[in-house]
Design a protein around this ligand. Sequence first.
Ligand SMILES: O=C(O)CCC(=O)C(=O)O
Ligand SMILES: [Fe+2]
Length: 366
Amino acid sequence: MEVEARSGGSSASEGRWSQSGTSLPVRNVQALAASAGELTADTIERYIQKVVDGDTVLAECSDEVPIIDLAKLLDAESVEAEAAKLKFACEDWGFFQVVNHGIPIELILGMKHDVQKFFQLPLKVKNAYAQRVGDLQGYGQAFVLSDDQKLDWADMFGLFTQPPQARDMSYWPSQPPTFRNSIEEYSSNLMKVAHSLATFVAKTLDLDPELMADKQVGQFLRMNYYPPCARTPEKVLGFSPHSDGSFLTILLEVNAVQGLQIRRQGAWIPVKPRVNSLLVNVGDFLEIMTNGKYKSIEHRVTINAQKERLSISAFQVPKYDGIISPVLGTANEKVLYKTMRVEEYARLYLSNKPDGKRTLDYAKLC
Ligand SMILES: O=C(O)CCC(=O)C(=O)O
Ligand SMILES: [Fe+2]
């Protein structure tokens, strides 16, 4: 069965963010992976990527991914030292793990449980949720990142959870029965974490925190399901290399199946899931705002032969009808990025056709 995949979706003021996505028919890979007879050399072929197993992977660097303690940032005694770590993490890595984030564990466990249950629902039921929202939300492959239309080995379901005034929960899946409540609780807690982080990121840059808060007025939540791939898993990617079209992204790894790799100094570094932590990365909008001081790092997801991986990405996004421009160092440094309408950026990002380049390259002035 084919599902209609859309890269986004939403209603009125939350954003035409969502409506700028493209749509293409794709196979649901969870169903394909589950039926042994169907996973043949032919059906797997479109997912095979040339470069995956030839790339350098530095597993020994996994333990170096910076860890930021949010409780220490919130404590007057420790804030200076922790903010220095945060600055290093943003400048040098573009990725960090957040511990002591303050989101109650029961809530995280509830969300994880519900997401797992959701993906276990029959495809028809999940599709019905995607179809109910029509143009607004997508179930299936959210992105095709390469021009030659090769597809990633993942199914995704996304929805806007913020801002509250524009939120319409009637579009959210009501199965499992606790799901809506979990999404609601999880996303509002996460938005608070995102705002705290943005405040401290502003501090590391000597910027007005308002300037940062203003850049993450919306939150798009995407649940990612990467089925195991019994056939040539080393040649298949759950998510092709990309940077995120967000201000910050906050990722919750639902189970302990490793898969995420981040690009660093030309190699790929696998990130080990850490219990009770959230993984945060600098997105394209933060890179532009900081005139490249903080970099939006490329990352990808590899696939396991036996085990499924699930994750939840929360993209913090600016106002769709706002503008994005460098605000740092612009008085005495060379301005490296264009000033763009957020809408223009979003369209390019979601169409994946920014003149054959990454959207961020398109936004660069040289
Ligand atoms: O599933 C993951 O680990 C990463 C997902 C991701 O990169 C994304 O949603 O943009
Ligand atoms: Fe990503």
